[in-house]
Write a protein that binds this ligand. Sequence first.
Ligand SMILES: Cc1cc2nc3c(=O)[nH]c(=O)nc-3n(C[C@H](O)[C@H](O)[C@H](O)COP(=O)(O)OP(=O)(O)OC[C@H]3O[C@@H](n4cnc5c(N)ncnc54)[C@H](O)[C@@H]3O)c2cc1C
Length: 329
Amino acid sequence: MMEQKIYDITIIGAGPTGLFTAYYGGLRQSSVKIIESLPHIGGQLSALYPEKYIYDVAGFPKVRAQDLVHNLKEQLDMFDPSIALEEEVQEVERLEDGIFRLTTNQDIHYTKTIIITAGNGAFQPRKLALKEAEAYETRNLHYFVDNMMQFKDKRVVLFGGGDSAVDWALMLEPIAKEVTLIHRRDKFRAHEHSVENLKNSKVRILTPYVPESFVGTDEIEQVKVSEVKGENIITIDVDDVIVNYGFVSSLGPIKGWGMDIEKNSIVVNTKMETSVEGIYAAGDICTYPGKINLIATGFGEGPTAVNNAKTYIEPNARVQPKHSTSMFE
Ligand SMILES: Cc1cc2nc3c(=O)[nH]c(=O)nc-3n(C[C@H](O)[C@H](O)[C@H](O)COP(=O)(O)OP(=O)(O)OC[C@H]3O[C@@H](n4cnc5c(N)ncnc54)[C@H](O)[C@@H]3O)c2cc1C
């Protein structure tokens, strides 16, 4: 078996807090790995509201959520960290030499310290209730969209009625050949402005309809949808089907890692250290008196966690970092 590298800091969760924390780890010359359960980075911003503008990130009068993720990645790439996607951390154990062993659904990772930036816990998409759906999951049924261009000139059916379903429909409209948005209610649970844009777009809207069945051998070729409380059944020819019924998140395995937990959050002290030495937490997942869940607060908590993790690994290192302005001269 290949010898696994032992990282200085392993970050669990690639939301905005995890991404900036990873960058900060690089700035403090630590080797950094990020582990994320979704197939893409960005946490809530990419999964729940990629097209929304955020107005309270310092220095940005307004910034589209997906653009902020893109910028965080560009900043982070300066240090070339290791990023493991589609891996949910399930177990954390401290070995005799003080090193932590992290077991995911795919692999094993070793690290000197851990910073948990897991938001509300690992995200999983809410899936379709159709029994034949699972067989198409590796084909043309998608629960995530990380590259819109894969739908270029395709006929796409999109199920969902929330903010991100509407956002995805609007993002796809100029790229795909045709987009049909299907929702079980007449009213969308999305921002008024987005719904207005939707009505003015070329997206075909079918409400109130629910999925009835998929037809196709290897891939879904046709989608049949039935009218809620009605008789009507419509058949649509498709190249791809996307489902956006939202995400469920749960702390799940994190509760079993030995840390103090209060109301589904990890308790930290002013160093962002949890009750387990060497494990820190930052962002939405952590709690302390006066805690606020915002991107801005996560961006402060991450560097605090990194600087304290640094002195945990190297007791002679300074907690207070040099200013970044003097690092690259
Ligand atoms: C619709 C909406 C609008 C918002 N608007 C604003 C706003 O205007 N301003 C603002 O400041 N905030 C806003 N927020 C809140 C903001 O998005 C969160 O505060 C922020 O995303 C928290 O970042 P995070 O990195 O701590 O966690 P998250 O963004 O939740 O990221 C956590 C990541 O960790 C991963 N993860 C969890 N457990 C594991 C595990 N065991 N193994 C591997 N990976 C794991 C998850 O899959 C997820 O990707 C908004 C939220 C929503 C839903």
